[in-house]
Design a protein around this ligand. Structure first.
Ligand code: KG4
Ligand code: ZN
Length: 371
């Protein structure tokens, strides 16, 4: 009999639930995004996120169970994200998960959200019949995190992974830089998906400014994105020709016209060139440092996860560089790259097998570390 784990995720602005069998097979995955609620504030508003999780958690879990063709009582364990994330948001999922586990008399498995992102890669790899070789270097790159880990099998032989943090952002996460640059260019929220497409549409438009590689003192595997974001801001402020198109896009966004097809005609070649140059700089920094880590650790594979892993240029760049280095690169699908609960249920499976259970005292840990 397979072990079917119900996963619950509510650490940020997605209320998600999923059922995964044996940590590998996704039986259902439901994600209720709150983007429409937070959009007008240009970022996630914690109080609104908690309130929306409260509204969504019961229907989302119910839908995940129903799509898996199961009853709640068929679940073998409940895996829930307990950090890192927004405390009020986490508490909604934790409280519901604890209550459910207790009522069903099934084990509760606390899951680190970041370990979920690592497992998203393994879930996807399993679908295509490939298994990433360890040790691996894993880049988790999202709106809240930009961090590099060495991933290996735990010495205890209990099947769980061991993690060592080898680099992290000193300031903004890469996704945060995307969101802030999109905001200052009046390209809506979240910024990543639209900037990704506009950069692809640049079609060789010349870069109006050049962004050099970021220098960080100390650990060469650390990232920094706030300087790049500020450089975009100064460039735009110093060039008044951006002003009128920014106003036009603000007006379009106010009318609810935020699709790529609607915003593209409102972008000059200069703006497209700027977006492309910004993305070139982000991608170059992420890929260079991650591949440096692969070389230093003689890693067998490179794993890339988190919302920014959906970026098309980042994927191509990683594939090329990994191939040249003789290692395999693994990404989750776009749906598994951004926050979801299938990755939480998959991470919960290895902890379940190792007997790492939680109890009624489980609390949110907003600053929880993976290593
Ligand atoms: O993992 P995620 O859903 O939530 C967090 O934990 O933050 O990631 C969301 C982030 C946002 O900052 C969004 O702009 C970025 O991922 N993102 C992208 C792309 N799709 C989403 N960034 C670059 N290119 C994309 N295609
Ligand atoms: Zn995440």
């Amino acid at each position: 009999m397979s072990v079917r784990i119900l996963g619950i995720e509510s650490s940020c602005d997605e209320t998600a639930s999923a059922v995964v069998a044996d940590g590998r097979e996704i039986l259902s995955s439901v994600v209720a995004s709150q983007i429409d609620i937070h959009r007008k504030y240009g970022g996630v508003v914690p109080e609104l996120a908690s309130r929306e999780h409260l509204r969504q958690i019961v229907p989302v879990v119910r839908e995940a169970i129903s799509q898996a063709g199961m009853e709640l009582s068929d679940v073998d364990a409940v895996g829930v994200t307990y950090g890192p994330g927004l405390v009020g948001a986490l508490l909604v999922g934790i409280t519901y998960g604890k209550t459910l586990a207790q009522a069903l008399g099934k084990p509760l498995v606390p899951v680190n959200h970041l370990e979920g992102h690592v497992h998203a890669v393994f879930l996807e790899a399993h679908k295509s019949g490939r298994v990433p070789k360890l040790p691996a270097v894993c880049l988790i790159v999202s709106g809240g995190h930009t961090v590099l880990y060495e991933v290996s099998l735990h010495d205890s032989g209990n099947g769980t992974f061991a993690y060592k943090k080898i680099g992290q952002t000193r300031d903004d996460a890469a996704g945060e830089a995307y969101d802030k640059v999109a905001k200052l260019l009046a390209l809506g929220y979240p910024g990543g998906p639209i900037l990704d497409r506009l950069a692809a549409a640049a079609n060789g438009a010349p870069a109006p400014v050049k962004f050099g590689p970021t220098k960080t003192r100390g650990n060469a595997l650390d990232f920094s994105f706030s300087g790049l974001k500020t450089a975009v801001l100064y460039h735009v402020r110093e060039h008044c020709e951006y002003g009128s198109e920014i106003l036009a896009r603000e007006a379009a966004l106010a009318r609810g016209e935020r699709k790529f097809e609607q915003l593209l005609p409102l972008c000059s070649a200069q703006t497209l060139g700027l977006v492309r140059e910004f993305q070139n700089a982000v991608v170059r920094d992420l890929v260079d440092r991650t591949m440096m880590a692969v070389g230093q650790l003689s890693a067998e594979s490179v794993l890339v996860s988190g919302g920014v892993a959906a970026n098309s240029q980042l994927r191509v760049a990683f594939e090329e560089r990994a191939k040249a280095a003789g290692v395999d690169a693994f990404f989750p699908s776009r749906a598994l790259s951004t926050d979801n609960a299938a990755m939480i249920a998959a991470a919960a499976y290895s902890r379940f097998r190792a007997g790492e259970f939680g109890d009624a005292s489980l609390n949110a840990n907003p600053a929880l570390k993976l290593a």
